[in-house]
Design a protein around this ligand. Structure first.
Ligand code: AMP
Length: 114
């Protein structure tokens, strides 16, 4: 989708600070970090929301979680801990409608979220 910012990032049209990439996924630093470590992992394939995912997306969803854990290790916050977040739709706080996993760490995070 040419009007999707994360599709354009996946296509290399918008520069990001890449952490890791595979054939199906890309991980990069969030532009507006909310913690010392804040990365996003996106599937290259456009899936608008978690709610829009289908059983055909099961493989890439599994890869997304595993890549998120690898990103946390690469950032150095796996042992101290981090949060994996997928915001879904308006009440979930989703602002970019291309599925993405936030990896947030480097400080103690409160619960419940606001
Ligand atoms: P969400 O609110 O869950 O949809 O998260 C979208 C995230 O994308 C936010 O944390 C933004 O800071 C981040 N973001 C938006 N544009 C870019 C960009 N060009 N490069 C890196 N992160 C971005």
């Amino acid at each position: 989708m040419t009007d999707c910012i994360f599709c354009r990032i996946a296509a290399g049209e918008i520069p990001v600070k890449t952490i890791l990439e595979t054939d199906s996924l890309l991980a990069f630093h969030d532009l507006n970090p909310v913690a010392p470590h804040h990365a996003l992992v996106i599937p290259r394939r456009h899936i608008a929301t978690l709610d829009a995912a289908t059983p055909e997306d099961a493989d890439v969803l599994g890869e997304l979680l595993l890549a998120g854990a690898e990103v946390a290790r690469l950032l150095g916050c796996a042992e101290t801990g981090y949060r994996s977040v997928i915001n879904c739709n308006q009440d979930g706080g989703q602002s970019v409608y291309h599925l993405h996993l936030h990896i947030i760490g480097g400080r103690a995070l409160s619960w419940p979220p606001g």
